[in-house]
Design a protein around this ligand. Structure first.
Ligand SMILES: C[S@@+](CC[C@H](N)C(=O)[O-])C[C@H]1O[C@@H](n2cnc3c(N)ncnc32)[C@H](O)[C@@H]1O
Length: 332
């Protein structure tokens, strides 16, 4: 059981009613709180929860409409996302009774200050390296408009320019990542067909692909509902058409692809996570047609080439700068 869930269960008398658990982990908490509902924006966790607890968890960027007695926010990594989620809950929870639970090292103390902008916040418990805070909303805010919270910036590379809309919580919010920049400069001479932007974030790579290769079919996949929404905003802002998919890992991707292009995930939450990228490298061949290409950018110190060679074939370095390398391999 996630330590944050353990802290809620130490105070179970507070959460026996019709509780909304926002950003809950994919553990057994819903079985201990039979009247609770989950709200997740992580496609993998949502899928696991929906399989174990059918009908009890929704996947969305917005608070599900229902009469919850209490709302609990599991602290996300991003400060901006915390601000959006707290405002969404404080504006829309009819009861106005809001809890926040988070690991201390994830910034629970700092988030409690954000919570306190909506009413008096008090610490209820501190255990398992986590804190639980309570707030009765007295200063009810307007419901936030997620699209209006986008940071908008222009990205230029390879003679093309696109406007990117990133919403809170999305990777490299409001600015172009240096690794992504190098990848955008390494997109020449792709084989014709269907391209996948794996881990699309704000949709920079997929929108660029569609701009440079207007004839290509482009799909953009991310595990995070906020990233998928951002990508949709970015596509619309540039009058581009592409499929956006919410899914966990390469298994959720289409097959017979002409290219998989990615700045794959390296960090997740406060824990480092390589698994998604290792699975991407080991399974890419199953999703590429013969002659299809994998092109990824990664920190130079990450040992991806041996994995790429093991599962796909010879790996070449297309570009190198600022501590990043772009790798290319072709399915034979
Ligand atoms: C390094 S960011 C790159 C974002 C974007 N392509 C860019 O270059 O700005 C990696 C992205 O992978 C996504 N991601 C993490 N785990 C994933 C998974 N299991 N399946 C799909 N996407 C995932 C993250 O949400 C994040 O948007």
């Amino acid at each position: 059981m996630d330590p944050r869930s353990q802290v809620l269960l130490r105070n179970i008398e507070l959460f026996n009613g019709n509780v909304l658990l926002a950003g809950l982990p994919a553990d057994e908490l819903l079985s201990e709180l039979p009247n609770a509902q989950g709200w997740s924006w992580h496609a993998g966790e949502h899928q696991q929860l929906s399989q174990r607890f059918p009908g009890r968890c929704i996947f969305s960027t917005q608070l599900p409409t229902a009469e919850y007695a209490v709302g609990v926010l599991f602290l996300p990594k991003s400060r901006e996302l915390t601000e959006y989620l707290l405002q969404e809950l404080a504006a829309k929870l009819p009861s106005g009774l809001l809890f926040l639970v988070g690991e201390k090292r994830a910034g629970a103390e700092r988030a409690a200050k954000q919570l306190a902008t909506f009413g008096r916040a008090s610490k209820v418990d501190s255990a398992r390296h986590c804190q639980l805070w309570r707030c009765e909303v007295s200063n009810r805010p307007e419901a936030p408009d997620l699209a209006a919270l986008s940071k908008v910036f222009t990205v230029s590379a390879a003679g093309q320019a696109i406007q990117v809309h990133s919403v809170p919580g999305v990777f490299s919010h409001g600015r172009l990542d240096l690794g992504t920049k190098l990848l955008l400069e390494s997109l020449e001479n792709l084989p014709a067909g269907h391209y996948l932007d794996f881990g699309c974030g704000a949709g920079v790579v997929g929108s660029f692909l569609k701009t440079c290769y207007p004839e290509a079919e482009v799909s953009m996949l991310d595990v995070d509902a906020f990233a998928v929404y951002s990508s949709q905003l970015t596509l619309a802002a540039n009058h581009l058409q592409a499929a956006t998919l919410a899914g966990d890992g390469i298994h959720a991707a289409p097959k017979e692809l002409a290219a998989i292009i990615s700045n794959p995930p390296f960090h997740q939450g406060v824990h480092t996570q390589y698994e998604t990228t290792e699975t991407l490298l080991s399974e890419a061949a199953k999703h590429l047609k013969i002659g299809g290409e994998l092109r990824i950018v990664a920190n130079s110190f990450l040992k991806y080439p041996p994995l790429i060679e093991q599962y796909l074939g010879p790996c070449t370095v297309l570009a190198e700068r600022d501590g990043f390398k772009v790798y290319r391999a072709v399915r034979s």
